[in-house]
Design a protein around this ligand. Sequence first.
Ligand code: COA
Length: 425
Amino acid sequence: MTKALDGVRVLDFTHVQSGPTCTQLLAWFGADVIKIERPGSGDITRGQLQDIPHVDSLYFTMLNHNKRSITLDTKNPKGKELLTELIKQCDVLVENFGPGVLDRMGFPWETIQAINPKMIVASIKGFGPGPYEDCKVYENVAQCTGGAASTTGFRDGPPLVTGAQIGDSGTGLHLALGIVTALYQRTRTGRGQRVTAAMQDGVLNLTRVKLRDQQRLAHGPLKEYSQFGEDIPFGEAVPRAGNDSGGGQPGRILKCKGSETDPNAYIYVITQAPVWEKICDVIGEPEWKTHPDYAKPAARLKHLNAIFARIEQWTMTKTKFEAMDILNEHDIPCGPILSMKELMEDESLRATGTVVEVDHPTRGKYLSVGNPIKMSDSPTEVKRSPLLGEHTDEVLREVLGFSDAQLADARASGALDPQRQAAAE
Ligand code: COA
C-alpha cells in the first residue's frame, strides 16, 4: 500500500526532541527522511539518559523511527559539496539548530533557495523575531515563556511545568503541519518556501484558552475558577487554577479507593450541567436536584468545594475503574488517572498501534508510542531508528548516484567519519 508522503524526500538536520518529533511524523506518513548527523557523535540524545551502556538511548530511538541516518561533517569542504548535492535532490530540509547555525554553516535560506528553488526549509527556534531571538531554548524554557507555566499548578503554589512536552513535541507537530501545507501549496506554485515555528508561539497556541481567560478577566471574576467560590479576589493576570476544568464545566481530580498507597488512584470528574441530576442520584444526594444552592449551574459555582468533597466521598468507595464504569453508565464525563505503567500494559492501545513494540539490533525489544494519527489509506508501520551512519553509503549511492570511486573519494576527504576527519586535518 502506498503512503501519503511517498516520493517526498526530507533532509533531516534535527536533533534532541522538537525537530525529530516533526520528521518522525513525516517518515510515518511515508516520506524518505534522511537524518544528517555529525560523524562520531551524531544526535546528542543517542548518548543521553542511556539505560543500557553503549546502546542508543530510548530518548533517541523513540523519536527517530523510520528514518535513515548518514554521517556528514558539514564544516568539511567536501561535506559542504555533498550537502549541496543532497539539497538538489530533496524536497524539504528540516532543522532545529540554535539561532544562526545554518547561516554559519554556509547554508542560509537564500543559498538553499538558489540551489533548489523548490525546497521547503523548515525551522524550529525557541523564539520568533524579537528581543529573545538569539536564545537557545529547551522544553521547560518554552513552557515558561509561552504562558503554560504561569497558568499551571495551584493558586497558592509556584508555577509548574507539565510532563507533556508541549514545547518540544508540540512545536514539532506545528512544524509538520506547516511542511505538509507548504508541500501542498508547492503543487500549485512550484515554489518552495520557508516555514518557521517558534517554541514560545507553539506553547502559547496550546495555552490559547488562558489568553481567552486573561481578557475575560477585564469583565469580572472567572466564575468557573475555584477561587471565585472561595471568595478569593483575582489579580491582574490569569491565576493558576489547580485541576479546575478550563471549559466552563466544573471538574476536579478526586481520590478513589486505594489513594493512601497508590499515587494514581484518582479520577477526574466533570459536573457537566446536563447530567447534574444523574450525579446527584449516583452520589446519593437526590435532594440537591432541587436545592437552591445546587440545582442550577450558576448557584453551584459558589459551592464547588462542598460539591466535589461530597462526590469524593463517593469516589473513595470505588476504585478508579469502578467509578469510571458507573459514571459512564450515566454519561457523566470522567477519566481515571492512568499511570505510564497502566498505559504501557493497555491492550487496546497495543491493538491500535498507539503503543508498539519495536525490535532494535543492539537494544532488543522496547515499547514506543506509535503514530497517534490514523489514516485509512496510509497506515503506519513503525520501524526501528537507524544506527549512526547506517545508511551513509546507501544514500550516497541511491540519492546521489555515487560510484565506488566517488564513495572512496568522499570517505578519503574526512567528510563522512571522524577518524579520517582527524587524519585529514
Ligand atoms: N557537521 C558539523 N557540524 C555540525 C553538524 C554536522 N553534521 N551538525 C551540527 N553541527 C554544529 C553546528 O554547525 C553548530 O556549530 P556552530 O555553533 O559552530 O555554528 C554546533 O553543531 C551546535 O549546534 P546547536 O544547534 O547550537 O547545538 P547546541 O547543542 O549548542 O544547542 C539547542 C542545542 C537545542 C539548545 C539549540 O539547537 C536550539 O536552541 N535549537 C532551537 C530550539 C530547539 O529546537 N530546542 C529544543 C530542542 S529539543
